[in-house]
Write a protein that binds this ligand. Structure first.
Ligand code: DAH
Length: 339
């Protein structure tokens, strides 16, 4: 019986020493110390021993149990420690690994210019309106004093949807939509995309952006137009900038003008940007034609107004020194990330 106890101890200890998982330790515990375990079996057989042998074997059995329990405990805590170390290792953050770069978006240059202009106009009391890109011929042409067959239609190569519907060639049609639906005083600005069947090149695109301005009230004069545009240019290009009017013709304004701003690169001396002229054309404008007011049910004897239309690409190209209009629409990140 003593030999059997010694053997159990040796076996248990050697198995415990090889164990590397909590589950295995538990299996070993059950195998030797459990209710049906080997040591328990041996102890059950003690009844057959003589009175002298019983305490001796009993003590030995207790020693064997104590030894197995001690090693079991040591192994349990060693394995727990190892597992914890393993877990820490797996969860370690390597602070030397380079981070993944988060790309930051930015506003498109046309959006920047549009926002800047609308903010300037808003500060002057204008409100922003929008209208449909697919527009009735009536709003895009007829009501703007450009009837069918009028030569001014030729200057705006039009995408016709059908005889009465076009892709708007200008934002000027919004003047009509606003005047039809509201009474003076009117002070609006209307940004939007416009479409012309032009072949794309460095300065032309079949889609581009305009911004329309309209003011209608009693006693509005050309001086108000000039003052407003001069103020806009100062805010957009700096205090030193000046504007000049050149006579022009638009069917929906009378008189009409093309407006130049003094070159904001050379200040008017002449340089590459203004092509030596000292002035840069920025918009078309004029006094709303009495016929247009009448068409919208506004009495031209009582009210007068001015209007202007700005090409946003032009403003952005000058502002950021961009030499090809197509860059705005290609969405090349190398271009876009410069703004
Ligand atoms: N709609 C004109 C164009 O596309 C620009 C324009 C000129 C707008 C004179 C106006 C204006 O409001 O008064 O060429």
């Amino acid at each position: 019986m003593r030999d059997r106890l010694k053997q159990i101890q040796e076996l248990a200890v050697s198995e415990l020493n090889q164990a590397d998982k909590k589950e295995i330790l538990e299996e070993i515990r059950l195998k030797y110390l459990g209710k049906k375990g080997e040591l328990t079996q041996v102890l059950r057989g003690m009844g057959a021993l003589s009175a002298e042998e019983r305490p001796v074997v009993g003590q030995l059995a207790n020693e064997v149990r104590a030894e197995i329990e001690k090693i079991l405990e040591e192994k349990t805590s060693a394995i727990a420690k190892a597992e914890y170390a393993e877990k820490l290792k797996a969860e370690t953050i390597d602070v030397t690994i380079p981070g993944s770069k988060q790309l930051k978006g930015s506003l498109h240059p046309l959006e920047l210019v549009k926002t800047e202009l609308t903010e300037i106009l808003r500060s002057m009391g204008f409100s922003v309106v929008e209208g449909p890109d697919v527009e009735l011929d009536y709003y895009n042409f007829e009501a703007l004093n450009i009837p069918k067959g009028h030569p001014a239609r030729d200057t705006q190569d039009t995408f016709y949807v059908d005889d009465d519907v076009v892709l708007r060639t200008q934002t000027s049609g919004l003047q009509i939509r606003v005047m039809e639906n509201s009474k003076p005083p009117i002070r609006i600005v209307a940004p939007g995309m416009v479409y012309r069947s032009d072949t794309a090149d460095a300065t032309h695109s079949p889609v581009f952006h305009q911004m329309e301005g309209l003011v209608v009230d009693k006693g509005v004069t050309m001086a108000d137009l000039k003052g407003t545009l001069a103020e806009i240019c100062k805010l957009l290009y700096g205090k030193e900038s000046k504007i000049r009017f050149r006579p022009h013709h638009f069917p929906f304004t009378e008189p009409s003008a093309e407006v130049d701003v003094s070159c904001f690169v050379c200040g008017g001396k002449g340089c590459r940007v203004c092509k030596g002229e000292g002035w840069i054309e920025i918009l078309g404008a004029g006094m709303v034609h009495p016929k247009v007011l009448e068409t919208c049910g506004i009495d031209p004897e009582v009210y007068s107004g001015f209007a202007f239309g700005i090409g946003l690409e032009r403003v952005a190209m000058r502002k950021y020194d961009i030499d090809d209009i197509r860059l705005f629409y290609e969405n090349d990140v190398r271009f876009l990330k410069q703004f």
